[in-house]
Design a protein around this ligand. Structure first.
Ligand SMILES: Nc1ncnc2c1ncn2[C@@H]1O[C@H](COP(=O)(O)OP(=O)(O)OP(=O)(O)O)[C@@H](O)[C@H]1O
Ligand SMILES: [Mg+2]
Length: 201
């Protein structure tokens, strides 16, 4: 657990989280608007109907402007919830302007439980994932829970397309990688669409 690689990843997480939290309110606002404007023009999003997203925290790029645009385009938006029957897994629940959000014990908001609105991972067209850092090969470093690595393991065998969203400053040339890390085929930032076609299905 406390291997040099683990320590290096932890130090990098701290550094990158501090960096994204240090963006001013107006930088954060502008970045989030720009991200939303670019993302809806991205062909994979245009072609997707069921799109999972996350609600931002800890300086993450604000996904609310993108969610609002997706709703406006008639897309179905889903948010992750920790699966109560299997707390290492995520499940997805429909998110509409009418959905009640409740504060989860880890501090994030999630949709109030409604079994009728659950969608399994493989029924999604696209999952937009959070990240702490990403590199020039599509590798990602998350918050350290392994939730998205477990979720995305074998995604190429499904019809779900994962993409990351992040501030431009979350890019690092090369991340220290573990064997279980799942790289992304695309990352959208306010200023760039990163794509790694060799990681597509
Ligand atoms: N496919 C998997 N099966 C079982 N455990 C896994 C799997 N993928 C990752 N893990 C475990 O999850 C833990 C955290 O992984 P890691 O440090 O890569 O998290 P992360 O990618 O930063 O987090 P997240 O995926 O939640 O954004 C590790 O201890 C790892 O063993
Ligand atoms: Mg990982």
């Amino acid at each position: 657990m406390d291997s040099p690689l683990h320590q290096q990843r932890q130090a990098l997480r701290q550094h990158m989280r501090r960096l994204r939290r240090s963006l001013s309110e107006s930088q954060q606002f502008q970045a989030s608007q720009q991200l939303a404007e670019h993302a809806i023009l991205y062909s994979v999003i245009e072609q997707s109907q069921r799109i999972a997203l996350f609600l931002s925290m800890d300086g993450e790029i604000n996904t609310r402007p993108l969610i609002a645009r997706l709703w406006h385009l008639g897309k179905s938006v889903y948010l992750p919830r920790i699966d109560p029957t299997q707390p290492t897994s995520l499940l997805f629940q429909r998110f509409t302007p009418q959905t009640n959000l409740v504060k989860h014990r880890l501090g994030m908001f999630e949709p109030e439980e409604n079994a009728d609105e659950i969608c399994s991972f493989t029924e999604l067209d696209m999952v937009i994932v959070p990240l702490v850092a990403f590199d020039s090969t599509g590798q990602r470093l998350g918050m350290g829970g392994g939730f998205y690595d477990r979720l995305l393991a074998g995604w190429q065998k499904t019809s779900v397309f994962p993409i990351g969203v992040a501030h431009d400053c979350q890019h690092q040339e090369n991340l220290p990688i573990e064997s279980w890390d799942i790289p992304l085929p695309a990352v959208i930032t306010p200023n760039k669409l990163w794509q790694w076609p060799d990681k597509e299905a």
